[in-house]
Write a protein that binds this ligand. Structure first.
Ligand code: TYD
Ligand code: MG
Length: 490
């Protein structure tokens, strides 16, 4: 028996539902996020059976019947490769039938381009694909497609912002994949509020979820990102969909990184790298090269780390600047690296290596807008800081891998062999690795420098002081702790 519709509320931040209005959300603790659930003019809410019947093809209203899971057929689109290897990697091997995938990113980053390329690829493989644009005209989309290659016959375009009209059209076409660009432009006419409001975004996404599950079509939603980096609209959108992908990158550089923030069908550690060209997004064959800047590598303060991103190691450059602090509390500013982890590394440098960093500002950045959050990159970051502090560049062509423990020792890292191989492919000369793992690193033509402590790494991997560059105050030996041993680099 359908209950009479009752007014209720939900949190626009986390989606928590409540029967009564609340000032502070009991779910996530946010203030002033209570939003009234949609007011129905005629039918039930978006997720009632009546609504589901409306959106699903055939419109069946029979009571739902459970059936053996084993009898559920796995369709053709199960894990269909998209032809874009970097996208497949992030998706976990390809597109899953009936999945709903949200693609978020800043305006102008290339979401429409990526999804149009995807649509064209799938259509070229003989799949029926519907591209729905609520932001651009048919002609604009056609012009974009012309830049991206030959427009295949099987690709259908619909410019529409009305959800019901969209779903009717989709039911007529029965596409295997559909792109909705963007979820913020869609609206259900029977709801109050215009496109882009929390209610509309939520209800439209819900209807598309039912559509995807009911029809088996893979549906891609474009979602714009707000200033604080979340997909605009309720966070509940992220709970609803099967996968959330973010397309990121510096707006005025060419590289774009696609990463999964959520993925029901695969890992969220994988990362796809593209380059924006005149003919759309091109997969970057050698992503490590993209994140290494040629010029800075022999400057003090720069080090190369091998970060494990999913199954693939990426070589990334880290830059540190250590500079005397003249105003009160020294600053520790990072981009792409956890500031708390940096604080730990600086404390280890101070106490275990004897670098007096306490009165210095320390800035750390990771090139290419990447974020390092993997222990194997510790050594490189610490080395970059020590290098800047002492004005001694890291020896040219050196990769540094290792986790730094509080005692200043180097710990083993996962998949060292893959990291060293990547460096060998890029023409690196040597790799400093935890001494315990030397055997794993050998055999790739690199000079392997076994390291037991961070102090040893600094001794062995830093080169001569750059001419005319004084070390920062406090960097000169003798330091508080005598520096034991002397490596070939000193
Ligand atoms: P777009 O896909 O429209 O971004 P979004 O949908 O995320 O807002 O990408 C727009 C930018 O990409 C725009 O600055 C033009 C650029 N671009 C290229 O450089 N090459 C191309 O082939 C295309 C189609 C776009
Ligand atoms: Mg767009």
């Amino acid at each position: 028996m359908p209950k009479p519709a009752r007014q209720h509320f939900f949190c626009s931040a986390c989606g928590h539902e409540a029967a009564r209005w609340f000032g502070r959300c009991p779910g996530c603790g946010a203030w002033n996020t209570a939003a009234e659930a949609p007011v129905q003019k005629s039918e039930g809410r978006g997720n009632t059976r009546a609504a589901r019947a409306r959106w699903s093809p055939g419109g069946a209203t029979a009571p739902p019947a459970p059936r053996p899971l084993a009898s559920v057929e796995i369709g053709d689109l199960h894990r269909a490769g998209t032809g874009l290897g970097e996208l497949d990697r992030v998706l976990g091997g390809g597109i899953v039938r009936g999945s709903l995938i949200l693609v978020g990113g800043d305006p102008g980053i290339g979401k429409s381009t990526l999804l149009l390329q995807l649509a064209m690829r799938l259509a070229r493989d003989g799949r029926r694909v519907l591209y729905v644009s609520g932001e651009e005209s048919e002609e604009q989309v056609r012009m974009r497609a012309a830049r991206l290659g030959e427009t295949p016959e099987g690709l259908l375009i619909l410019c529409e912002t009305d959800l019901e009209a969209l779903l009717e059209a989709a039911a007529g076409v029965a596409p295997e994949a559909m792109v909705v660009d963007s979820i913020q432009t869609l609206a259900r006419a029977d709801l109050e509020g215009g496109p882009g409001t929390v209610t509309q975004v939520r209800e439209c996404a819900l209807a598309l979820l039912h559509y995807a599950k009911g029809s088996g079509a893979a549906v891609f939603l474009v979602g714009h990102v707000t200033k604080d980096g979340a997909v605009a609209g309720p966070r509940v959108l992220e709970h609803m969909v099967d996968a959330v992908l973010y397309l990121e990158g510096e707006r005025y550089q060419h590289y774009r990184v696609l990463r999964a923030a959520k993925n029901r069908f695969g890992s969220t550690h994988e990362l796809g790298v593209f380059e924006m060209t005149d003919a759309g997004l091109v997969e970057v064959a050698n992503p490590s090269r993209a994140f290494l800047s040629e010029s800075a590598r022999t400057e003090p303060g720069s080090a190369v780390v091998a970060s494990l991103e999913g199954t693939r190691p990426l070589l990334v450059e880290v830059q540190a600047l250590v500079s005397p602090s003249y105003y009160g509390t020294p600053q520790r500013v990072t981009s792409g690296f956890d500031p708390r982890r940096l604080a730990v590394l600086l404390a280890v440098l101070e106490r275990r290596v004897g670098l007096r960093l306490g009165r210095h500002d320390v800035f750390v950045t990771v090139t290419g807008g990447l974020t390092l959050d993997e222990p194997g990159t510790d050594l490189g970051v610490a080395l970059a800081a020590a290098s800047s502090f002492r004005s001694r560049p890291v020896r040219e062509g050196t990769l540094a891998v290792g986790e730094v423990s509080l005692s200043g020792e180097l710990r083993r890292v996962a998949r060292l062999e893959a990291r060293v191989r990547e460096a060998a492919q890029l023409g690196f000369a040597r790799a400093g690795v935890p001494a315990a793992q030397v055997a794993e690193a050998e055999g790739h033509g690199l000079e392997i420098v076994p390291l037991t402590t961070l102090r040893e790494a600094i001794d062995l991997l830093l080169g001569e002081r750059a001419p005319g560059r004084p070390a920062a105050a406090g960097a000169a030996e003798p330091s508080a702790v005598p520096v034991a041993g002397s490596g070939p680099g000193r």
